[in-house]
Design a protein. Sequence first.
Length: 306
Amino acid sequence: MSFSVFIPFIILLLTLNGETIKTSNLQTVNLLDLQAHRGGRGLMPENTIPAIKNAIDLRVTTLEMDVVISKDNQVVVSHDPFFNDVLTTTPDGKFLTKKTSLQYLLYTLPYDTIRKYDVGTRPHPDFPKQQKMQVYKPLLSELIDAAEAYAKEKGHEIMYNIEIKSKEGFDGLRHPDPGTFSELLVSVLKQKQVVSRTTVQSFDIRPLRYLHAKHPSIVLSYLVEKAGTLQSQLDKLGFVPETYSPQLSFVTQELVKQCHEQGMKIIPWTVNTTEEMNSLIKMGVDGIISDYPNLFKQIKQKRRSA
């Protein structure tokens, strides 16, 4: 076997065993799962088709996004179950308040109504560099079609990380029950033939349990936003998922080691500075979820010159 063939084979084995590649810093970065959070909301309106196209231009590994369900059982790309007052302009040009926005639950609206609301024109107070444009919340099926076509045009295969936005106590009010929600999502993924390139994630353990039992081939990620021991959280979930995705501040060298010992990847959120990214890379994380996918290139450049 030639040297040039042998090295990539060794790299693959090390990666599959959850270990940090030590051949070079640049290779370590390139093997990371670089995810654009909500399509990269630091740069473009979140969870929109323009955002995902921009993320593809930036050569991310994975498009991270959220989905909710409309009144007519359409899978809609949206982080919030309602029209967020910070983002939204109504069809008649009005703004919502935090109180009134809760009255605009997407689960109570048909998709043809949802589509009429603009969620990209208003300046975002937390993301001043975000480009502004008139844009709507797309159907997941529409977004996947756009992503697949654009990625093919750019010669870049893309992965998906899709969060089910559900919460115990809100079944029938803000979303359907976990089983129905999961099946609606799986139906779109199968129709668009992207199951093998999709991870489904959630803070809600109920859809994760459902998918683990009913659709074991689907890759799952357990989102965590509260402190606790890894083992206690896995005991609560009831199985070991492919990925553990904690809030950035919880990540330690020991936690990374524990995840890898369990056979899980660890991909933290939301990582928005190069300093944080570098620190996590040194710890051996398997991916990074960021609002600023443009920083990934800076990380590579910094590593290349190190």
